[in-house]
Design a protein around this ligand. Sequence first.
Ligand code: SF4
Length: 229
Amino acid sequence: MNSFSPNMLKTFEICPKKYYFKYVQNISVPQPVSFFEKGKKIHALANYYLKGADISNLLRELSFEEHQIWENLLNNEFFQKSYVNSEYNLSAKVGDFWIGGRLDALMKNLSLTSPLAGEGASLADGGLKSDIYYILDYKTGSIPKNPEYDYQTMVYLICADRLLKTYGTLKFVYIDLKNNKNCVIEFTPERRIEYTEKLTKICTEISQTQDVASSSDNCKFCEYVKFCF
Ligand code: SF4
């Protein structure tokens, strides 16, 4: 079985029938190009920049508005931390299922903290040297309404935690580039349990669902409406 991405889980929650069209029947409905264009450009630019490539030609292609957004990202305190990886594919197993996706960027800074000694502890105090990791997600549109429980947040935190064995030193940062704000979500031991339960539950539901009834609440803006009725 392939792994479940955050988009797959979100789609199923919105409407199991839409999930069926999109991920079981593999019907793709083209979206207007302009819908994603700005976000794609900024994500590509950020990836090249973090990997140390020359981006001067790409910068010349940006509109005034895109330049402002790029400057916001460049000056963002989390984007300025130490680079670990970008456009980074991660996966992990929850229950009987694989989940996974691609992070915009993973950054870190070195901190004298320890799960035992707490924030601010020094090596001399008996603190352990450990890194704080940050999963970055750049948004040129809006950030999720309920960011702590968005599937993207939960999937990426669980996957990165498994890989890095972070012991409480992992955070998810939504960078709202339009409003130049950050939304920071701490990954705690309680959230590890809660997220694992939620993800296992929805993956189980997807695997057991056979009746894909229509969900009229979400039909108004659904790109699959012409396949449905
Ligand atoms: S049109 Fe409505 S019922 Fe059909 S797939 Fe879309 S949301 Fe689901």
